[in-house]
Design a protein. Structure first.
Length: 257
C-alpha cells in the first residue's frame, strides 16, 4: 500500500486554537470525541438574559464522565458550556451566598454581571459556570442562591486538598469582580501542548492512520523516510499513541486535578 500523503491527517493549524483551552477545555475536547457520550449527549436549557438554566446530567453520567451537564458534542471548547464536577475539577470554588447586611460589603450580582453564566440547580447547591471558552470560572454555591439578586459571597477553602488550582481560580474571580472582565487562560504549558499532540494523534487514528502515518503527520515525510528504520521516531509515536488511547478511555479527567 502506498504511503499516506503528508496532508492526509489532521493539520497542526486545526489545533492552534487549543493553545488557550486550559485543562477544562482540553478535557471537553476529549469527552466530546467519546462515541458513548456522543450517543446520548444533549441538554435542555432555558435562557434568561445572560443567565442560562441547564438541565443536570443523570447521576450515572456525572459519575462516568465528570460533567454535570451534557452539551452537544458538536460544540468545540470555545462554545460548549461545560460544568465539570468538583469531584474531578480541583479549580471549582466553593462559596456561600449570604444576604447583604451592610454597606461595607460589596455585593455580587450574577444577573447584572458582565459575564454570561450557566447554572445547574442541584439537590443541595447551585453549580455555576461564568463565561464560555478561555476565561471560565466554576462556582459551587453550597448555601443561598446567586439567582435571587445581589448577595455577599463567603469563600470556603477549608476542604480543599490541592490549594493551588483553587487559589488560581480565586485570583481570577477576584479580578473579574474588580474589572468586570474574565481574563484569558495563559498559553498552554509544555504538558498541555503534549496533550494537544495526543488529541491530534487520536483523531488521526480514528481516521485510520497507522503508526507510520502518525510519524509522517508529526515529523514530515522526508524525516520519516530517512529515519524510520531506527527506533527514535517510532518510540515517540508509540508514546503519543499510548497517551491518546489512555486519554480517550477517561484519562482526560486527570487534566482537571
Amino acid at each position: 500500500m502506498p504511503a499516506a500523503l503528508p496532508d492526509a491527517w489532521p493539520a497542526a493549524a486545526s489545533y492552534r486554537n487549543l493553545d488557550h483551552a486550559g485543562p477544562a477545555g482540553l478535557a471537553w475536547e476529549w469527552l466530546r470525541r467519546d462515541p458513548a457520550y456522543q450517543a446520548i449527549a444533549g441538554t435542555s436549557a432555558v435562557a434568561h438574559g445572560d443567565v442560562t438554566l441547564v438541565e443536570p446530567a443523570p447521576a450515572d453520567c456525572t459519575g462516568r464522565w465528570g460533567c454535570l451537564a451534557m452539551p452537544d458534542a458538536s460544540l468545540g471548547w470555545t462554545e460548549a458550556p461545560v460544568l465539570w464536577s468538583a469531584a474531578v475539577d480541583a479549580s471549582v470554588l466553593q462559596v456561600v451566598a449570604l444576604p447583604v447586611m451592610d454597606r461595607q460589603t460589596e455585593p455580587f450580582d450574577l444577573i447584572g454581571s458582565a459575564a454570561k453564566a450557566t447554572v445547574i440547580r442541584g439537590e443541595n447547591r447551585e453549580h455555576v459556570l461564568l463565561g464560555v471558552g478561555a476565561g471560565t470560572i466554576r462556582l459551587d454555591v453550597a448555601g443561598g442562591s446567586l439567582l435571587a439578586g445581589p448577595v455577599a459571597l463567603m469563600h470556603d477553602l477549608s476542604g480543599v486538598v490541592d490549594l493551588e488550582p483553587a487559589l488560581a481560580a480565586l485570583r481570577r474571580f477576584l479580578e473579574f469582580r474588580r474589572t468586570g472582565h474574565l481574563t484569558v487562560v495563559p498559553p498552554a504549558s509544555q504538558r498541555l501542548r503534549r496533550q494537544v499532540l495526543a488529541l491530534r494523534v487520536h483523531d488521526a487514528l480514528v481516521a485510520g492512520a497507522s503508526i507510520r502515518d502518525v510519524g509522517v503527520m508529526l515529523f514530515g515525510l522526508g524525516r520519516v523516510r530517512d529515519e524510520w528504520a531506527g527506533e527514535a521516531l517510532k518510540s515517540q509515536c508509540r508514546r503519543l499513541i499510548a497517551m491518546a488511547r489512555d486519554m480517550a478511555e477517561g484519562g482526560y479527567r486527570e487534566l482537571l486535578r
